[in-house]
Design a protein around this ligand. Structure first.
Ligand code: PLP
Length: 434
């Protein structure tokens, strides 16, 4: 079949806009008639520098990123950031403690070291909000990294499995968030508060910035969000975050690159390696060290310029397609809502056939719609997927840990393709219902 005949609903990597895929094949072969393909040119060439700068500028425009933020493009995917966030944010926490102790102890370095060492052991906390498989994975990675410093450093603020009727990640708890500072850990802020904005595997998405995280006291909370799978699908107030990150391969490109939008003071509030080591903490591996990546304009090592060029095309397309919408992402936000509503409405029209995994509409993902057929009837689910494949509707099998069906409606999936899928959903339901 041709690309046009296929509607691809895979969860990641996602499909690419057809026009961009065609242009990319040409750029891969012979970029701007230079006789070289984009994957062959140096990441330090003027062409590469321009691609990188243009991508950052487009992203800044789309997300209205304030001046006190930096964009870093890096390797390692979303998973790499599970570690990078811990290394860099813990180092920042240590540096803040060091500076405070220097002030209070009149620069007595011996006593400063002693105090910060003690604080690391007794007061360091990382807050994780668990609403799905990816935030769980991130918290497990953090626990592994900080384990040598002591137990209970990772504070599970809330675990959505405990507020689920089925013991699954299928909701966002409204209450019972045990954020640091709290009664167990005293009046100290955590190094950061982490959450995943859209849980790709479970189909759970925060409808907006979590109200529970709005700062009410003078203690600033450094909020970190994984936006791998809903990046650029709606407006985001970047100023509420210390860092936002995501792998590019859903809404802003192909695999290989990871976006990190980070507040600049995190880059400048970092201790020396020797101080970190003295208090018993590893310094971040260079490839994950935000200040190094930022200082080298994301060119510390060889970057995949071809992949970045694709991200540039996607951001430019977003800007031109929705050029009339202001602020810039409003048009895409409406579109994302429209596509997911089409699917949820169709599913809800056949309650005896389709069971949406996430009961509460407010936290159903607009990007990854997860459902079972006839309560998880294996034969029915197989028949549905087979019929879908015959109709050119691909990538619909649910994640292996959840089963069933998952419809991923990323930005490159057009409304027409979603309508085609809804047609099959309706047809299948009628056949099964007979
Ligand atoms: N976070 C989320 C929300 C994801 O969906 C994924 C991958 O699907 C990851 C993190 C991990 O990303 P990567 O595969 O780029 O390491």
């Amino acid at each position: 079949p041709s690309r046009e005949e296929i509607a691809y609903f895979g969860a990641g990597p996602s499909g690419l806009d057809n026009q961009i895929a065609v242009a990319a094949s040409q750029a891969f072969l012979n970029y701007e008639n230079s006789g070289l393909g984009l994957a062959e040119i140096s990441h330090r060439s003027p062409e590469a520098t321009k691609i990188l700068a243009d991508t950052k500028a487009a992203l800044t425009q789309i997300l209205e990123i304030p001046d006190n933020y930096e964009i870093i493009l890096s390797h390692g995917g979303g998973s790499g950031q599970f570690s990078a966030i811990v290394f860099n944010m813990v180092a920042m926490w240590v540096e803040k403690r060091r500076r405070k102790a220097m002030e209070e102890l009149d620069g007595d370095e011996g006593r400063v070291l002693e105090r910060v060492m003690k604080e690391v052991r007794t007061q360091l906390r990382l807050d994780y909000i668990l609403t799905g498989s990816w935030s769980l994975k991130a918290s497990q990675e953090a626990a592994k990294l900080v384990e040598p410093l002591g137990k209970d450093i990772v504070n599970i603020v809330v675990d959505a499995r405990k507020t689920s009727n089925k013991g699954k990640f299928d909701n966002i708890p409204e209450e019972g968030w045990n954020l640091t500072p709290n009664e167990n850990y005293g009046n100290d802020e955590s190094a950061f508060v982490y959450y995943c904005d859209n849980e790709t595997v479970d189909g759970v998405e925060f409808p907006k910035f979590p109200p529970q995280l709005e700062t009410k006291s003078d203690k600033e909370r450094l909020i970190v969000a994984d936006m791998s799978s809903n990046f650029l699908s709606r407006r985001v107030d970047v100023s509420k975050y210390a860092a936002i990150f995501g792998g590019a391969q859903k809404n802003i490109g192909i695999t290989d690159i990871t976006f990190v939008i980070i507040r600049k003071d995190i880059l400048t509030t970092q201790p020396s390696n020797s101080f970190l080591h003295a208090v018993g903490i590893w310094s971040p591996p260079t490839i994950l060290h935000y200040p190094t990546l930022s200082a080298s304009s994301s060119l510390y090592n060889t970057m995949p310029i071809f992949s970045i060029w694709i991200s540039l095309q996607i951001t430019l397309l977003l800007l031109t397609t929705h050029h009339l919408s202001s602020p810039p992402l409003l048009g895409q936000e409406h579109l994302s809502h429209k596509k997911s509503s089409l699917v949820y409405t169709t599913l809800s029209a056949h309650p005896s056939i389709y069971n949406i995994n996430v009961p509460h509409p407010a936290c159903r993902s607009r990007m990854n719609i997860c459902f079972r057929i006839k309560g998880g009837d294996e034969g029915a689910e197989k028949a549905f997927l087979k019929g879908a494949e015959e109709r050119g509707l691909l990538g619909l099998k649910g994640h292996r840990s959840v089963g069933g069906v998952r419809v991923s409606c990323y930005n490159a999936v057009g409304v027409g393709k979603v309508e085609r899928l809804c047609g099959w959903l309706g047809e299948f339901a009628e056949k099964e219902g007979r």
